[in-house]
Design a binder for this molecule. Structure first.
Ligand code: FBP
Length: 556
């Protein structure tokens, strides 16, 4: 296999480990805290997770772990969207297992959770894993968005796991996959199966975070990569002085990615979906907000700028959300018929009379291509796929129209020319930053230590991440501890709560205190590319979000 010079150099990178995991294996011993409760709905969650509820928090400290040299057979699953560092979780798990016992085995289930349901595996050996160390992507074993949640699926999973004589399954995924891991752990315990389930927090979106998870892996690399691109565009805008760039950024529902990129690059505007929802802002108000910046900058002869737009924005604008919810309902009620309609005109005709008049008028007022995108295929949960809606195009056109009206009214005298971009897939498979390479490898070694200590239903947790890696705290968080009950597809179910941007949190407040200046005065910052080799202040710098949420002890 031909590899790039950087890939070759990254093979040799040795990820840093928390002090507690870098010691002699026998000394990686679990220390148990008090029994835990779920964050909400304790009675219901306790009833659903009778066998796994209430376990204690675990921290690895010095001590004596006489179980750690057991021979183990483990299988790993990558679940959901790609995130930089996934291969390092597997590498850490592999190295932990082999250090523990040379005869231990690691399998990968192929293509995500489906691999467990269909028993499609690949044995991971030293030669294979060495080709994937410190590299991006999930291509070692692939990923998928299938779920393991029904009793039949859990039964198939148990049968296949027993056939492979597994001691444990490690599920690397986001909030939903971690919820599925909790259900699977409970299912195994209830049926007396000794197979352990451990999970790891993954998603570039950064929305799997709470008191116990400081950040999900992949966020660090993705935001640094997007910020490099945004900074380059800002510099181009500031050089050519003729374009407004509208940049949509991935992140599904939460705006963490857009907010972090804004903190790193100081664009003129960054929309935050959670704020739009909280303030009940309409599409027109958002357009007016952007126009206000364009007009002011034009008065200073600066007919250029940068606008950041979170991917999920449309679902947070109340009137658009209402429209999308109505579309989801009517389309799913008669999915077969809707699927048989040929062309947009026929679809539009069919919708007439089925939507509330307000939603119908909004639908009709949208540019045809955007309206068509709202009718495109739903994801497996019946939701619109926000990455396919060109919100940046919608806003560009609406801003242009509004500025045209203002020009006629004599309230705007500038020139407006705009370009749209979407940064998403570019960031999901980048070479993991040193932070993600270290964090992910640690999560993998830590997952091994949790398995070797006989634990199940735990999330591999590495905390204190703004301190140097040797001071990171490693341990396990009971999955049930992070759960509450929510309505999903019409039923009340236990889930790990998704973390949206907290409007009272330090990252948003910092942004809010600066944005009025950025809207008018060119304040761009150019972060440049991720640095993999060089001084720690360049290579190991955490995100601004992490630093603001978990300030370093002693400042800076
Ligand atoms: P995960 O939450 O599974 O990590 O995926 C997140 C994400 O990258 C979102 O940012 C984006 O909206 C979505 O996946 C795109 O999904 P797909 O890969 O199926 O196009």
């Amino acid at each position: 296999m031909e590899v790039s010079a950087l890939q070759n150099a990254r093979y040799a990178y040795e990820p840093k480990l928390p002090g507690a995991l870098a010691r002699e294996l026998e000394q990686i011993a679990p220390e148990y805290g008090d029994p835990t409760e779920s964050i909400q709905d304790q009675e219901e969650i306790r009833r659903i997770f009778q066998y796994s509820y209430g376990k204690p928090l675990v921290t690895f400290t010095g001590g004596n772990n006489d179980k750690i040299r057991r021979k183990l057979t483990v299988a790993v699953i990558l679940s959901g969207g790609q995130a930089p560092g996934g291969h390092n979780v597997i590498a850490g798990l592999f190295d932990g297992l082999k250090r523990g016992n040379g005869e231990s085995k690691l399998y990968g289930f192929l293509g995500g959770p489906k691999g467990l349901l269909e028993n499609k595996t690949l044995e991971i050996d030293a030669r294979l894993i060495d080709q994937y160390r410190n590299t991006g992507g999930f291509d070692l074993i692939g990923s998928g968005r299938d779920k393991i949640e029904t009793l039949d699926q859990c039964a198939a999973a148990m049968e296949n796991a027993h056939a492979l004589k597994l001691d444990a399954v490690v599920i690397i995924g986001g909030d939903d996959s971690n919820t599925n891991a909790a259900l699977l752990a409970e299912y195994f315990l209830e049926r007396g199966s000794p197979i352990q389930v451990i999970s790891c927090p993954k998603t570039i979106d950064g929305d799997l975070k709470n008191e116990y998870i400081e950040v999900s892996f992949g966020f660090d690399t993705a935001v640094k990569l997007y910020s490099e691109l945004i900074g380059n565009i800002e510099r181009d805008a500031n050089s050519a002085k003729k374009y407004w760039h509208f940049i949509k950024l991935m992140g599904r529902a939460a705006s963490h990615i857009a907010l972090e990129c804004a903190l790193q690059t100081q664009p003129n505007i960054c929309l935050v979906s959670e704020e739009v929802e909280a303030k009940h802002q309409s599409l027109t108000e958002i357009v007016d907000q952007i126009c206000a910046s364009v007009v002011k900058r034009a008065e200073n002869k600066e007919d250029f700028g940068v606008v950041l737009i979170p991917e999920g924005l449309v679902e947070f604008i109340p009137e658009m959300k209402k429209l999308i919810d109505e579309l989801n309902d009517v389309m799913s009620l008669d999915a077969e018929h809707f699927g048989s309609l040929k062309g947009f005109d026929a679809q539009e005709q069919w919708l007439k009379g089925k939507l509330d008049p307000e939603s119908w008028n909004l639908f009709r007022s949208l540019p045809a291509d955007i309206a068509m995108q709202l009718l495109s295929d739903r994801d497996p949960h019946g939701n619109v796929q926000v990455s396919r809606i060109e919100t940046e195009q919608l806003l560009m056109r609406m801003v242009k129209k509004r500025l045209g009206e203002m020009k006629k009214a004599g309230t705007y005298g500038g020139k407006f020319s705009s370009l749209g971009h979407f940064f998403g897939y570019e960031g999901r498979c980048a070479f993991p930053s040193n932070f993600d390479a270290d964090y992910c490898y640690s999560l993998g070694v830590n997952a091994f230590a949790l398995i070797a200590s006989g634990l199940t239903g735990y999330l591999s947790s590495v905390r204190n991440l703004t301190a140097p890696a040797d001071q990171w705290i490693a341990g396990g968080i009971p999955l049930t501890m992070m759960m509450n009950m929510e309505h999903r597809k019409g039923t009340r179910v236990p889930v790990i709560k998704k973390a949206l941007v907290d409007l009272d949190g330090a990252p948003f407040k910092t942004f809010a205190s600066l944005r009025d200046t950025w809207a008018v005065k060119t304040s761009f910052v150019y972060p440049g590319p991720i640095q993999y080799f060089g001084p720690p202040e360049l290579c190991d710098r955490p995100t601004k979000t992490l630093l603001l949420e978990h300030p370093r002890k002693g400042g800076a």
